[in-house]
Design a protein around this ligand. Structure first.
Ligand SMILES: NC(=O)c1ccc[n+]([C@@H]2O[C@H](COP(=O)([O-])OP(=O)(O)OC[C@H]3O[C@@H](n4cnc5c(N)ncnc54)[C@H](O)[C@@H]3O)[C@@H](O)[C@H]2O)c1
Length: 318
């Protein structure tokens, strides 16, 4: 990769500022744009807070330039990552603007959670430079990014983007087909569908369900993927389990009525004091803190391990 490419982030909300932090911390020049002036102005403070939590020199936050207009933000960018709200028409409008404002060498990526990249690219002229870069929340703590190829994406742009993500310290995977939800969110929502169905059916309450995941098979998921686990125990057991179990799994082809009822009753989650279960402010804060502390500690550990590996490689090279 020649020179240090400039990265532009479009949308400075929850995901956008975290993605900007990743590239700034890795030494890339970053531009960020958001039509909401308050959100844009908050980026430096939010980025410095992440850097402090990760033990990164906060001076690196100066790699980020705030831009009030999209046109200024994309000037000279090698890669533009869109992190605007999850609305198809809005994303289509942004991509046709990006297509108009940038030269053919600029790669345009969406951080959409589930919308096929092909749909997002539908109104752009040059679709060969459009692909997906799906980061996870919080992007500065979760190592994975899915790089999604459409039928029209130039494969060379996929290779370049995978290399760039690795250089920025991310763990990048290639999603070879543009399927809704890509890999991670298909798996995550298949699990959520069954979780909601079990609670709706009265098999257990929400707290029990979460405990079974966290302290049961979830306890090993960070070190053993489901297919590795199947291979480890032997495929015959997976086949035997599937023959009995699969006909009983929920296959509702749309959002479960139980979820819709909750939302209709105003039980929309922690902020509302109730979602799948009731939440006091203290309980909700404890869960948020548990999550933040765990994720930050894991990210710091990974950074230290990477630093040690680099130091050892330098010693060997001497
Ligand atoms: N929140 C998550 O857990 C998560 C995880 C992975 C991917 N994503 C995806 O990332 C994207 C952003 O999600 P988020 O959670 O950061 O949302 P967010 O609401 O926190 O941030 C979106 C930002 O986009 C800005 N915006 C609105 N219109 C814009 C425009 N025309 N141009 C540029 N910016 C505009 C908003 O002002 C806002 O600051 C979505 O596609 C979402 O599905 C979210």
């Amino acid at each position: 990769m020649g020179g240090t490419p400039k990265i532009t982030i479009v949308g400075a909300g929850l995901m956008g500022h975290g993605i900007a932090q990743i590239f700034a911390a890795a030494g890339f020049p970053v531009s960020i744009h958001d039509p909401n002036a308050k959100v844009l102005a908050a980026v430096p403070v939010r980025v410095e807070a992440i850097m402090q939590a990760l033990g990164i020199d906060v001076a690196l936050a100066a790699n980020i330039v705030l831009n009030e207009t999209l046109e200024e933000a994309v000037e000279g960018a090698a890669l533009v990552i869109e992190a605007a709200p999850e609305k198809l028409e809005l994303k289509q409008m942004i991509f046709s603007e990006l297509d108009r404002l940038t030269g053919p060498q600029t790669i345009l990526a969406s951080n959409t959670s589930v919308i096929p990249i092909t749909d997002i690219a539908a109104k752009a002229g040059n679709r060969s430079r459009i692909l997906g870069t799906h980061f996870w929340n919080p992007p500065h703590f979760v190592p994975l990014v899915e790089v999604i190829q459409t039928a029209m994406t130039d494969p060379a742009h996929i290779v370049w983007t995978l290399d760039l993500m690795t250089e920025a310290g991310m763990s990048a995977v290639h999603v070879k087909k543009d399927v809704a939800g890509f890999i991670g969110n298909r798996l995550q929502h298949a699990l959520k569908r069954e979780a909601i169905a079990l609670v709706a059916d009265g098999v257990c309450d929400a707290a029990t369900l979460d405990k079974v995941v966290r302290e049961g098979f979830g306890a090993r998921l960070g070190v053993l993927g489901p297919l590795e686990q199947s291979d480890m125990i032997g495929l015959q057991l997976t086949l035997d389990c599937h023959e009995v179990l699969l006909p009983h799994l929920d296959n509702t082809p749309h959002a479960h009525p139980f979820l819709r009822e909750k939302i209709a009753k105003g039980e929309t989650g922690m902020e509302a004091g109730a979602g799948f279960r009731k939440w006091t402010v203290k309980e909700a804060d404890e869960v948020r803190k548990r999550f933040q502390d765990y994720m930050a500690a894991s990210a710091r550990k990974r950074r230290n391990e990477t630093e040690n590996t680099h130091q050892n490689a330098r010693l060997v090279a001497r």
